[in-house]
Design a protein around this ligand. Structure first.
Ligand code: GAR
Length: 202
């Protein structure tokens, strides 16, 4: 059984999809804690509603990355709660080598585009502005780069003529909520294996 620690900065709908899969018995895992760099993030309120231990970790002095004292505190909490798998779920900071070395090949992320297209912020807006006709979401292992780690699962969605950034993000999120539990299911089943940067077994 996976012991998942979740890091997020936002509303937590992806965290909800993981918790729902665990509670429905379709994902052999336990969410051991939820951590956020945003004190009033919805993800912490959702964790509270499910009686999952949750903490705000002050990310200061950094604006865009998790490093220094905050990184140490996050690693400490994850170890204290016995996490063996880390799921970044809308965590809007770059994680650095300290976390990755503490949980080698066990840190996953979900990104709202078909990587390697549109890494970085507001990927759904990047896709809409660029004019591609298909986008989607990607669940991948996290490496030292930005949204560059080995890909586990991708799901695609069409971009429609009358899409706004809101309607497109909503369509991508429907697929995210299927993709993240599915990737974790494959990990829990021991199905995933590496061939260079390819992830096989999906
Ligand atoms: C999700 O769409 C996720 O893919 C994205 O933030 C949203 C969080 O939503 N993550 C990134 O853009 C990371 N670069 P949620 O808080 O409802 O899960």
């Amino acid at each position: 059984m996976l012991k998942i620690g979740i890091l997020g900065s936002g509303s937590g709908s992806n965290m909800q999809s993981i918790v729902d899969a665990v509670e429905a018995g379709t994902l052999d895992a336990r969410v051991v804690c939820v951590l956020s760099d945003v004190a009033d993030a919805g993800i912490l309120a959702r964790a509270a509603r499910h009686n999952i231990p949750h903490h705000y970790v002050d990310p200061a002095p950094f604006k865009t990355k998790l490093e220094g004292a905050a990184e140490e505190r996050v690693i400490g909490l994850l170890q204290e709660y016995g996490a063996d798998t880390i799921a970044l779920a809308g965590f809007m900071r770059v994680v650095k080598s300290g976390l990755l070395q503490a949980f080698p090949r066990r840190v996953l992320n979900i990104h709202p585009s078909l990587l390697p297209a549109f890494p970085g912020l507001a990927a759904w807006k990047q896709a809409l502005t660029y004019g591609v006709k298909v986008t989607g979401c990607t669940v991948h292992f996290v490496d030292e780069g930005i949204d560059s780690g080995p890909i586990i699962i991708q799901r695609s969605v069409p971009i429609l003529d009358d899409d706004t950034i809101e309607t497109l993000h909503a369509r991508i999120q429907v697929e995210e909520h299927k993709a993240y539990p599915e990737a974790l299911r494959l990990l829990a089943a021991g199905r995933l294996r590496f061939d260079g940067r390819r992830v096989l077994g999906t």
